[in-house]
Design a protein around this ligand. Structure first.
Ligand SMILES: NC(=O)c1ccc[n+]([C@@H]2O[C@H](COP(=O)([O-])OP(=O)(O)OC[C@H]3O[C@@H](n4cnc5c(N)ncnc54)[C@H](OP(=O)(O)O)[C@@H]3O)[C@@H](O)[C@H]2O)c1
Length: 293
């Protein structure tokens, strides 16, 4: 039995489709099973929440492998970014160890470090440490930015592209190696098949090209067939504006400063696509995945 958290998310939904198709027995820890769509009848469901460690214990019964994807890039009513990404992972891996789980797969992010400027990447660094120090076989994936047509991030860019000028937070100079969610899922499947003896491995997942935030926005505009001037909004203005929006709109804000800040810090692997390639995956270019109109 494999326990998948975050099965309703971008990577999780893609991965779940593959796992079910190949006949793996999957249990999904979810807040709301309806969000699993038609696949909910093909898996076991464990109701749970990252802020509710007792729900992990039940979900882990009889599980050999955990793929822990659940994460949050904004604060939730019941938990902060630090609790949802850092402390919850620590508790999840601890519960897995106690339940005798053999293998733990965790998704961190490229550049995670205890001193990182962003809250998410500091929390991910702590989570990585907890996974590395646990007494079970583990794989930590550290991806650059992950995307798929129709995902919430590209949908937001698509909506912003309806404006007369396309707003970009800050100078847009941070660089990324965007990797398609399907390529990420392929890499996870390949690593799960690998029965090798490495106790703790860390795999950087990056796409084949390095693009600045500005270049990514231009790629998206090209795929939509829209010509727009880019409007670089100074970072302090974005920060103040989004913080105010969050105070007014709460969790329904269309974007938060913590999210926008992630586009201001580079996420690149010095090895480029080599991490994915060692797992037999050749990641596609963003323009090829999005197509052009
Ligand atoms: N996307 C990227 O660019 C990127 C880059 C680097 C690293 N990563 C990491 O890769 C992993 C997968 O990312 P993703 O883009 O697929 O994430 P995602 O689309 O944002 O999905 C997040 C998942 O976590 C679940 N979740 C959120 N809060 C929860 C809570 N309190 N309790 C239980 N489940 C909760 C969500 O479930 P609901 O349906 O209930 O909301 C959803 O299934 C994450 O660990 C992420 O941090 C992603």
């Amino acid at each position: 039995m494999l326990l998948l958290t975050g099965a309703t998310g971008l990577v999780g939904s893609t991965l779940l489709r593959r796992l079910v198709a190949e006949g793996t027995q999957v249990r999904c820890l979810v807040r709301d099973p309806r969000r699993l769509g038609p696949l909910r009848v093909r898996v076991q469901i464990a109701l749970g929440d990252l802020t509710d460690p007792p729900s992990f214990r039940n979900a882990l019964r009889g599980v050999e492998t955990v793929v822990h994807l659940a994460a949050a890039i904004r604060d939730q009513r019941r938990g902060s970014i630090e609790e949802l990404n850092g402390i919850a992972t620590w508790r999840m891996v601890e519960a897995a160890e106690r339940r005798g789980v053999e293998r733990f797969v965790f998704f961190s992010a490229l550049g995670a470090s205890p001193h990182h400027r962003t809250r998410l990447l500091r929390a991910k660094a702590l989570a990585e440490e907890a996974v590395r120090e646990a007494g079970l076989r583990s794989t930590v994936f550290a991806p650059s930015i992950i995307y798929a047509p129709g995902d919430p991030w590209l949908t937001l860019l698509e909506r912003l592209a309806l404006l007369p000028a396309m707003p970009v937070s800050g100078r847009g100079r941070a660089v990324f190696q965007p990797i398609w969610a399907e390529d990420v899922a392929d890499a996870v499947i390949a690593s799960l098949r690998d029965g090798g003896a490495i106790t703790h491995e860390r795999v950087e997942l990056a796409g084949p090209e390095t693009l600045s935030h500005t270049e990514i926005v231009r790629t998206v505009l090209r795929s939509l067939g829209r010509r727009r001037a880019l409007l670089h909004v100074p970072t302090p203005l974005v920060s103040r504006g989004l913080r105010m929006l969050e105070r007014l709109a709460g969790p329904s804000a269309f974007a938060t400063w913590d999210e926008a800040e992630l586009m201001e810090v580079s996420m690149v692997s010095a090895r480029g696509a080599a991490g994915a390639e060692t797992l037999g995956v050749t990641p596609q270019r963003m323009a090829a995945v999005l197509g052009t109109r």
